[in-house]
Design a protein around this ligand. Structure first.
Ligand SMILES: [Zn+2]
Ligand SMILES: [Zn+2]
Length: 349
């Protein structure tokens, strides 16, 4: 018995010493670092470039209201080597890189409207894609106003692009690929890119006008992204028989509780801001009717107002909703196999 204890003791001491050498010495740390980087490079959470799956990845699920570690509005729609990002809210680039999205294949960014929580990461997104090796200028689609916004970003990042080309050389970072191209879309006018059919439609986010949502059709599957809007007929029409509807959503119980809290501490200004928000986002109750009328297979809520910071708040957000309605998180992925009815939902981080 004593012998066994002695062996165990020596074994533990050896393990502790090894751990100390690996984590506390420069050479040990270097070995560990090499292995971690190699594992990270090899361990992509998804095979992105699969032409037989229409893939929807939530790269940002938050609205500006609420404090959480979620990124703001961002949805990837991808199939094969074609992929789009709908809105580039703050923090979304970090999620794109974390998911190892093939940024060099970024086909286009589509804006639903130009509120800051939908556009603020455009510069970072363009840069990440340019550095990854995109071979044509990035197309940025949006309703009226897109030229002004894209021109503004191009100007704001002009010096940055110059520095990077000077530093890495024009072969690695060609300057003509670095600046983005605005592409004006019109509601109801279909845009065809590869096998994708993209249909923009008008929504109600007044006083923000124009504001649009997008329907994507690909090999017998379809996904609709509402953008910011009240529950409106145009979304129901555009979502007719769609497989998946991702809709902006506001939780009335949570927003009311926030308003009561700020009012009770005398923050009249914030109470007014919260009050103003109520009339241009869809509250959760109103969405059931839209999804039912459209006949969509799955309703998923994003652009969460407020963004739930934990599971308790998330469960309050879901009060009164049917069990099959999804409240997404950053990292939620929907896989829609081409020409089937299947929708697989996975969480990749
Ligand atoms: Zn908005
Ligand atoms: Zn928004």
């Amino acid at each position: 018995m004593r012998k066994v204890l002695l062996i165990l003791g020596v074994g533990s001491a050896l393990l502790a010493a090894t751990a100390l050498v690996v984590t506390q010495t420069s050479s040990g740390q270097n070995v560990l670092l090499k292995r971690l980087i190699a594992a990270r490079l090899l361990d992509a959470p998804l095979v992105w470039e699969d032409p037989d799956v229409l893939r929807v990845f939530v790269c940002g699920s938050a609205s500006p209201l609420g404090v959480s570690d979620r990124a703001q509005s961002c949805i990837v729609v991808a199939a094969g080597s074609t992929f789009f990002i709908v809105d580039t809210g703050a923090g979304s680039t970090r999620n794109l890189l974390r998911a190892q999205v093939p940024m060099q294949s970024l086909t286009g960014v589509l804006f639903t409207h130009f509120h800051s929580d939908h556009i603020s990461a455009l510069g970072d997104t363009n840069l990440a894609s340019w550095v990854a090796g995109r071979t044509t200028p990035l197309n940025v689609y949006g309703p009226r106003g897109v030229v002004r916004v894209v021109d503004g970003f191009n100007e704001a990042y002009a010096l940055d692009r110059t520095y990077r080309t000077m530093h890495h050389g024009s072969e690695l970072l060609p300057p003509e690929i670095g600046a983005m191209q605005p592409q004006l879309i019109v509601s109801g006018k279909v845009v065809e890119v590869g096998e994708f059919k993209i249909t923009p439609f008008s929504v109600d986010h007044g006083p923000v006008e124009p504001a649009v949502g997008y329907r994507f059709d690909y090999r017998g599957r379809s996904v609709v992204i509402s953008g910011d809007t009240n529950a409106v007929q145009s979304t129901a029409v555009a979502s007719r028989d769609a497989d998946l509807l991702l809709h902006d959503a506001l939780s009335r119980p949570l927003v009311d509780a926030m308003k009561d809290a700020v009012t009770s501490v005398g923050n009249v200004r914030m109470a007014q801001v919260i009050d103003d928000i109520l009339d241009y986002h869809a509250d959760t109750d109103s969405l059931i009717e839209v999804a039912r009328e459209a006949g969509v297979t799955m309703l998923a809520l994003y652009h969460l107002v407020p963004a739930p910071a934990n599971t308790i708040v998330k469960s309050i957000f879901g009060r009164g909703l049917p069990a099959d309605v999804r409240i997404v998180d950053d990292g939620t992925v929907f896989n829609l196999a081409a020409n089937t009815d299947a929708i697989e939902v996975v969480q990749i981080f």
